[in-house]
Design a protein around this ligand. Structure first.
Ligand code: UD1
Length: 418
């Protein structure tokens, strides 16, 4: 097991390039099962979750070849297996995203229930509801979920909540269904738009992605194509908070500024000076951050995946901040770890009240999930002493070269064997 040793490093300055988005790469890799010709994906982040997804694709009969660090070639012509392995599924919740493509292409799929970050119960009822509307029969036994359909037929699916995964899975099942599918109350995240753009490059007919109504006209088959993954808005946001929390001045490159509007707005409220250019953003701290309030919401609201990093910032802001988590019911696990570093946080249901303290102090802490891990690294950068962040396999699931990128900004951070 490895761990990160993080020392007080004030201020962070310089430039950092954001990698391709994990949450775009994973569904797009899954969607590659729908194509029958060569697919080349660029700017795929080199992450543990991506590796697992590639193994899932290979286990189903796809050929996956790494052309270079961030370019992957996939050919799914030989797709011949509809059952995913428990060992792979249990490593990552997003592996469930192959269910839609398998149902679309082979008419059947069998999967064990997904693993991944323990941030709430995370049911998959909405994914299954969508498959059922398209005509699939669903069976569940012994921890497995199977779906079968002689022929998928397009229809209207209404999502009770704009779930990202359900929107993606249903969209992927519908591209090869007969007739037209409409997804109402669809998720509007940029990663949904990236997936739709990718599917359309392969020959699909998807319209309306990025709005709450997506229309998919089924086509006979999908071919191949090239696609470059969009930049990771959560990684960008994490480095933006790094500038704010360390009193620094950082230029974050390879960003789509429209995707990070809530993060920009909240950092401005906290007192940072932000300059936005076409594909980069500069965050300059203007002194101790001011207290702010945040409420997580589906896109274009404030992203739940930035909540823990902002909680680290609020811990040392001047005044009292309030943070309300509306997307996941159990996403405050980092609070106990932040408290061990001296943060003053009280939880009441889905709300956290954070009384900013003058300083945090180093402690041994553990990453309870991916973004919680990032919050602990950020806290370590401003704490007296050496913070030991354990369970960093969570961090490696979603941040490419995290310590190299932080080091280039002047952070004292090293990875060591436990
Ligand atoms: C995706 C992201 C994750 C992000 C989340 C919300 C990927 C790989 N992961 O996760 O980083 O935090 O979006 O932006 O893209 N829900 C149901 N029933 C369902 C599906 C979801 O009740 O069938 C609930 C969940 O329990 C949760 C909420 O809907 O409370 C949001 O989940 P969802 O949008 O589906 O998140 P994921 O796709 O799992």
């Amino acid at each position: 097991m490895e761990k990160l040793m993080v020392e007080k490093s004030l201020p962070l300055t310089g430039k950092v390039r954001v990698s391709g988005a994990k949450n775009s790469a994973l569904p797009i890799l899954a969607a590659s099962l729908l194509g029958t010709e060569d697919i080349i994906l660029e700017d795929v982040p080199e992450l543990r979750d991506v590796k697992v997804m590639c193994q899932v694709l290979e286990s189903l009969g796809a050929k996956v070849e790494k052309l270079d660090k961030n370019t992957i070639k996939i050919n799914s012509k030989g797709l011949n297996n509809y059952e995913t392995q428990y060992e792979l599924m249990s490593k990552m919740r997003a592996s469930f995203l192959v269910m839609g493509p398998l149902l679309g292409r082979l008419g059947k799929t069998k999967n064990s229930l997904p693993g991944g970050c323990a941030i709430g119960t995370r049911p998959i009822d909405l994914h299954l509801k969508g498959f059922k509307v398209l005509g699939a029969e669903i069976d569940g036994d012994h921890g497995n979920i199977s779906a079968y359909a002689e022929e998928l037929k397009g229809d209207r699916v209404y999502l009770d909540f704009p779930s990202v995964g359900a929107t993606e899975n249903i969209m992927m099942a519908a591209v090869l269904a007969k007739g037209e599918t409409t997804i109402d109350n669809a998720a509007m995240e940029p990663e949904i738009v990236d997936l739709a753009n990718f599917l359309n490059k392969l020959g699909a007919d998807v319209k309306g992605a990025g709005t709450s109504t997506i229309r998919i006209k089924g086509v006979e088959k999908l071919g191949g194509g090239n696609h470059c993954i969009i930049p990771d808005r959560i990684e960008a946001g994490t480095f933006m908070v790094a500038a704010a929390i360390t009193g620094g001045d950082i230029i974050v490159e390879n960003v789509i500024s429209n995707h990070i509007k809530p993060v920009i707005a909240k950092l401005e409220e906290a007192g940072c000076e932000i300059t936005v250019e076409v594909d980069k953003v500069r965050v300059k701290s203007m002194g101790r951050p001011k207290a702010i309030d945040i409420k997580t919401m589906p896109y274009p609201g404030f992203p739940t995946d930035m909540q823990s990093q902002f909680m680290a910032l609020m811990s040392v802001s001047e005044g009292t901040s309030v943070c309300i988590e509306t997307v996941f019911e159990n996403r405050f696990m980092h609070v106990d770890e932040l408290k061990r570093m001296g943060a003053d946080i009280k939880i009441d249901g889905r709300s956290a009240i954070i009384q900013g303290v003058d300083n945090l102090t180093a402690a041994t802490v553990k990453a309870t999930d991916l973004r919680a891990g990032a919050a602990l690294v950020l806290s370590g950068l401003i704490s007296e002493g050496v913070t030991e962040v354990r369970n960093i396999d969570h961090i490696d699931r979603g941040y490419e070269n995290i310590e190299a990128k932080f080091k280039a900004l002047g952070a004292k951070i090293t990875r060591v064997e436990e």
